[in-house]
Write a protein that binds this ligand. Structure first.
Ligand SMILES: [Mg+2]
Length: 264
């Protein structure tokens, strides 16, 4: 009896397998979508704008001249919507968490502990200007941008203003290091006050001798001078990698989002 029962069970098992719905229906489409599956944009280019922005923010893209035409609407939506503010806020929160941690080590934070801030797209937002100029999709026009700077009405990037004030509450010295030129000092100071910033220790602008230098070299040299004066650069905030790379680096550097332009 035993062998025939085993045979019956085997037959039943085979019957179940071959009539199972999972075997009779067609195979589902592959979950692995190859790049060739990516939908084409209106211009016909296969560019994923969110991935483009990722490569820009991580500096994987290297130097780039302007926002690709097919990503213009994406960049506008990113900047004008909630995402830009939320990303900036996240960076500010991480920055403060680091600074507070440093401050928590008894006696390590004092007047010689400095935080270096870039100005444009870091403390001040030129979004009102760029909104009128294609959000980075148009080639940069220095003349019209300088006119905008002279008006001195760029609003604060709100999360940066919050960070700036919190760092001051921790007793950290604020240094402003900008690629703007010395002739823009008055307009820059006026704008900083208009936007709500107070009591920075120093505003460093490009001098005649800095003209022609890359931002990385100019900013590194100025940070080196701060270090030689006895400052310990605790943190550095900037929207460009050229604000953060080079030498005389901060203990921690914090990159703010900016998919509108690239400065070497
Ligand atoms: Mg900047």
């Amino acid at each position: 009896m035993k062998p025939s029962r085993s045979l019956l069970l085997l037959l039943l098992l085979l019957l179940t397998l071959f009539t199972s719905p999972s075997l009779s229906r067609p195979a589902p489409p592959s979950l692995l979508r190859l790049p060739i599956d990516r939908p084409r944009s209106k211009s016909g280019a296969r560019r994923d704008c969110e991935s483009w922005r990722f490569t820009v923010e991580t500096n994987d893209a290297g130097p780039w001249k302007q926002v690709p035409g097919e990503c213009e609407a994406y960049v506008e939506a990113y900047l004008a919507g909630e995402r830009y503010a939320a990303d900036s806020r996240a960076v500010a929160e991480e920055s403060l968490a680091f600074a507070a941690g440093e401050s928590g080590r008894a006696g390590t934070v004092g007047g010689s502990d400095a935080w270096v801030f870039d100005v444009d797209e870091t403390l001040l937002s030129n979004l009102p200007y760029y909104a009128e100029n294609g959000y980075g999709a148009e080639i940069f026009n220095e003349t019209s941008f300088d006119e905008w700077v002279n008006v001195a009405r760029a609003p604060a990037l709100q999360s940066s203003l919050w960070l700036y004030q919190e760092l001051q509450n921790l007793g950290i010295t604020i240094i402003l290091l900008t690629g703007r030129s010395e002739f823009q000092r008055n307009a820059t100071e006026q704008n900083m006050l208009f936007a709500g910033y107070r009591l920075w220790e120093r505003l460093i602008l490009r001098q005649d001798s800095d003209m022609g230098k890359s931002a990385v070299v100019y900013k590194s040299e100025r940070r080196a001078e701060l270090v030689s004066e006895g400052y310990r650069i605790l943190g550095n905030s900037g929207d460009q990698w050229s604000d953060l790379l080079g030498f005389a680096l901060a203990k921690r550097s914090f990159k703010l989002p900016n998919p509108m332009y690239y400065i070497a």
